[in-house]
Design a protein around this ligand. Sequence first.
Ligand SMILES: [Zn+2]
Length: 585
Amino acid sequence: MTSSNYRLISFQSALSIALILLSTVFIGCIELVYGAESKSVQIMVDQVGYLPASAKIAMVTASAKTFEVKRASDNATVFKGELAAAIQDADTGDSVQIADFSKLKESGTYYLDVPGVGKSWVFSIRPDVFSRTYYLAMRAFYGQRCGTAVDLGSEFPGYTHPACHLKGEFHASSGKQGERDNVGGWHDAGDYGRYVVNSGISTGTVLWTWEIFGSKLKNIKLNIPESGNGTPDILNEARWNLEWMLKMQDEDGGVWHKQTSEHFPGFVMPEDDHLPSEVIGTGQQPYKSTCATADLAAVAAIAARVYSPFDAKFASQNLEAARKAWLWTEKYPNVAFRNPPGISTGEYGDDSCSDERLWATAELWRTTHDKMYNEYFVKHYPDYRLSLDVPAPEGWRDLAAMALWTYALGTVKGSDSTLIKEIRTRTAQAAHAIVESTRKNPYRVSLRAKDYVWGSNGVAASYGMELLVANALAPDPSFTEAALDNLHYLLGRNAFSLSWVTQVGDNPYRHPHHRPSGADKNAEPWPGLLSGGPNAGRQDNVLKKLPAGLPPAKVYADDQGSYASNEIAINWQASLVFLLAATLP
Ligand SMILES: [Zn+2]
């Protein structure tokens, strides 16, 4: 499945490849032959669709004057409109015209027909239009499960593998030796490592998804082994990773940073990766790291309140782990992690663990109402009050915003009401600024030129999450609309006219940097996985070979070898799930 070609979409014929190469230098109007239908990648729609009451906007990058929306079943025209004047977009280099068909509210399946340009991919308008995408995106976590056989069932025959990584052991850097029973968790990304820090933000985000949108989610069955056990499936799935995180805690309360092989395995199925799975520490006293320990404290504190109605014993196990982890971080407030000699898997390094500790203390306060956590939060809040003004591009490293938001979302008696007021105000101000820049962006995405970094699609989803948290704190319809805009971008309304979620939409990306997708015999990748997205940093050889001078939003290749632009990862997957959950009826 590997290819070094610069490809927007995978094509069979040399003619199509030639056409695509032309499109990269922006020549002419290109119409691609896709099956019997003629579809233009110069028309960008959300390939899943739009909510009936929300704005409905598409982009056209070929010069045209008018457009029609046609019903897919009989090609009847249901809406006619004029394209807005072209706007030059610096981030993509595209000249973009907006097609606004917001007035069309009738449920159905449609496509755009732009005379002289072609037809768009098919999309739907329905109140539950994103339900299937939510199901696939959330179920993708099940596909990442380690230490158990995985089978996506009759819906996706062939998407299966036997149990993997059943043996664990301590690496010398952990301060211990011998075997270690810690089967479980989610494979982090395209590789088979498991990292507490990235697990923290991912599991925390999934648990927040439940806390904020639980009423929409409680009856959604994910068809996972635990389905029907009386606990909502989103919590069943989160628990799989949480239990592994808890096992990464040592008796003294500290948490080892990660469990991976010494180096990345080849592109093999997980059960064929026989490199020892090792618990890796800092290599010297106290062996565990502060960021990992504080992350576990935060997530286990959330879990303690979230699981209490379903499994009181599990909830109290989490609370005990969270308190113990917090105490460890008081003793060791800043033990950073660096890969010890001989280890080359992901580092998730972080110079400051103070924001992780702030998040932990805020979640512990929200769960326990124990004054000492509030006192810590109030004392350290001034260091982070500005963190709401600038959204953090890499969620796993900068967690201060999570800390402040949870403090304000919690409404615990005894919380500092002045701080809560300030957090609400600053969050709303930041959200208004994001709305404004999103509206000005020709592709209606919140990303700015500097945001096209590693995992930029995750940054887009994080902007969406920030807008939705703002909406929870200070409701404003413009926040949810702009959050939806970021979802539309991920699902096809982007410069590539590509859905960045596998097996979703008419024209999804097909070559994720994801070992099971590369190593199995299935023609299509595992479903529901979000790609990392355009990355001007070009840290891999596929991106390095792209034409020089590409605008930042165009530095992307649908190529398995492009780990810097096409890898999947549980952290941006979690932000996608959060965004999708908000759209559900
Ligand atoms: Zn595994």
